[in-house]
Design a protein around this ligand. Structure first.
Ligand code: TYM
Length: 329
């Protein structure tokens, strides 16, 4: 059976970008593949070295995974730092990753700009650790949003290079994956760019109805079309893209038509969008709260996932050590 690996950093609550870019695919994939879904807490230390809330963030994302419908009986759900084998694999893989290519990565350059006071080595080697997460279970497919495309390319490069250097075909070359073919980019509410945890432009699965309403009503639009059938401007296209994931096709078409005929009222459109997001979120939100309160269940899920993930990781590491030439006396 083909293998699937994907992860999310616990740097805040899950937002609609995480859901429609990644988690939605997880739900279907767990029915068809051997899946490993984890919480990337090592990765979160590159930007969020905050011991006072790390554990709570991990707990929150775990509860959110489960509330969305990830099933620990069907897939392996684990916390990255519970599987320290990945740190060793990452060390070994870093010997074949070159400084120049790591420095040229878009996400490294972005983060270096965003936190000039903390351009740490973990940021630089982020793609090596991510590649290790993936090849540790020899994944065939990696469900991610469009923003992770370059990291996946690096993963393929590192896996292929390892195979080449050691004259082996040990590592599968993984592919990024989305059921709809093209990887998804969910926009934020601020008129341009993707929805993100640090951008302050997101709607979270755990948001209450009031908060959603407030955020959507404040979303950036434009001053309205002045010519019939003019193309959508970026901020309006972004709202339509959000509608496309939470509203019915009829609703989306209605507002497209209103835009085309210059009769659009953004207040109405936002009201509808807020309503549909609230409807989408409500059942998940309720489950998050219930699951978070069940400490025994969370502990059981974590232990089960850790044991299954470590079994797979230990096997890979044993093979890799042997391929590299590390032998026991
Ligand atoms: P992270 O935590 O930023 O995001 C988790 C997942 O959500 C997707 N995503 C989006 N998709 C569409 N539109 C958006 N606006 C949007 N925002 C986030 C991301 O593409 C991702 O799939 N480096 C990864 C975590 C990671 C990982 C891995 C992923 C670590 N190791 C191994 C896959 C495999 C990250 O920072 O995702």
């Amino acid at each position: 059976m083909q293998k699937v690996v994907s992860g999310i950093r616990p740097t805040g609550n899950l937002h609609l970008g995480n859901y429609f870019g990644a988690v939605k695919n997880f739900l279907r994939m767990q029915e068809e593949y051997n899946c490993y879904f984890f919480i990337a807490d090592y990765h979160s230390l590159t930007t969020h070295p905050t011991p006072e809330n790390l554990h709570n963030n991990v707990r929150q994302v775990l509860a959110e995974y489960l509330a969305c419908g990830l099933d620990p009986e069907k897939s392996t759900i684990y916390i990255q730092s519970d599987v320290p084998e990945v740190a060793e694999l990452s060390l070994l893989m870093s010997m074949n990753a070159y400084l120049g290519e790591l420095e040229r990565t878009t996400s490294f350059k972005d983060k270096a700009r965003q936190q000039p006071e903390n351009v740490n080595a973990g940021l630089l080697t982020y793609p090596v650790l991510m590649a290790s997460d993936i090849i540790m279970h020899n994944a065939d497919k990696v469900p991610v949003g469009k923003d992770q495309e370059q990291n996946l390319e690096m993963t393929r490069k590192f896996a292929g290079r390892f195979n080449h250097i050691y004259k082996t075909d040990y590592f599968t070359i993984p592919q990024s994956f989305n059921y709809g073919e093209a990887l998804v980019k969910i926009p934020g509410l601020d008129g341009s760019g993707k929805m993100g945890k640090s951008e302050g432009n997101g709607i979270y699965l755990a948001d209450e109805a009031k908060a959603i309403q407030k955020k959507v009503m404040r979303a950036v639009t434009d001053s309205g079309p002045t010519e019939m059938n003019s193309p959508l401007t970026e901020p309006v296209q972004n709202l339509i893209t959000l509608m496309e994931v939470v509203s019915t096709p009829d609703t989306v078409q209605y507002f497209r038509d209103k835009y085309a005929s210059c009769e659009i009222r953004y207040g109405d459109m936002k009201k509808q969008l807020a309503e549909d997001i609230i409807k989408f979120n409500a059942p998940i939100r309720e489950k998050i709260e219930a699951i978070k309160a069940d400490e025994a269940y969370l502990s059981k899920v974590v232990a089960m996932g850790r044991d299954k993930a470590r079994e797979s990781a230990q096997k890979t590491l044993k093979d890799v050590r042997s391929i590299i030439g590390i032998k026991q006396f």
